[in-house]
Design a protein around this ligand. Structure first.
Ligand code: DC
Length: 230
């Protein structure tokens, strides 16, 4: 176990409760929470706002050389991580379903993955982080000491997204959110680089019938049990 990094990875598709659960686990262990999806969303937002052609490799390389992405802790205990993009607060802007879709598209581009993977590894260099995303256990931190893969039925995941968006005062069409969820799943699972999949050494948890507290409890129990066996 000695070569393992003191990192917890939580991967899975959208709407499985990854963010809330990861924050809870991080709080409970006293670790830093790393939301890797927020980074892909920030890059997506930048490319969208500046109408950069995703096929223009030179333009992408230039953007990646200059773009600055900084994550900051949520303002409220249960809130999402905040993001500064080139010094500008884009925390709200990156959370729309449209930007989620853009993020899914740009995340299939090799130079973007290389850059963000490097940044994420820098953040995780000293350990004691809970990293959440699609490839944190398979690619970013293959030596993480604790890996989890969360999944749930697509209808349930779409329904949770709808409730989240409604809580923010948005009017949403559940069928449309389900269609977007399925499209994003397909993009994320079928891309050639770092596709969404369960790491061989990850513990799989189906969250369809479990609430946030039950899943968090389960994750913490597995982490603590494994630590005792070191
Ligand atoms: O977790 P999220 O919904 O904020 O992620 C948005 C998109 O970013 C997701 O559809 C795919 C991409 N992503 C990724 O490719 N790899 C990660 N580690 C995290 C997110």
């Amino acid at each position: 176990m000695s070569e393992r990094q003191d990192i917890v990875t939580i991967d899975g598709p959208s709407g499985v409760g990854k963010s809330t659960i990861s924050r809870k686990i991080a709080d409970s262990l006293g670790y830093t929470y790393l939301d890797t999806g927020a980074m892909y969303r920030a890059v997506g937002l930048y490319l969208e706002r500046n109408t950069i052609d995703l096929a223009d490799e030179q333009a992408l390389a230039q953007v990646l050389e200059t773009i600055r992405i900084e994550l900051f802790p949520a303002r409220t205990g249960d809130g999402e991580v905040g993001v500064l993009l080139n010094g500008q607060d884009v925390s709200e802007d990156i959370r729309s379903p449209e930007i989620a879709m853009v993020a899914s598209r740009v995340s299939a581009i090799p130079v973007i993955r290389e850059k963000l993977t490097r940044l994420q590894r820098e953040i995780g260099r000293l350990g004691k982080i809970v990293a959440e995303g699609r490839d944190t256990g398979t690619v970013v931190f293959p030596k993480a000491s604790h890996k989890f893969f969360l999944d749930a039925r697509p209808e349930e995941r779409a329904h949770r997204r709808v409730l989240q968006l409604q809580a923010k005062g948005e009017i949403v069409d559940e069928q449309q959110i389900l269609a977007m969820t399925l499209e994003r799943d397909k993009n994320d699972r079928e891309r050639l680089i770092a596709p969404l999949r369960q790491a061989v050494d990850a513990v799989a948890i189906d969250t369809s019938e479990r609430n946030i507290d039950e899943v968090s409890q389960l994750v913490l129990e597995v982490v603590k049990e494994k630590r005792q066996s070191y």
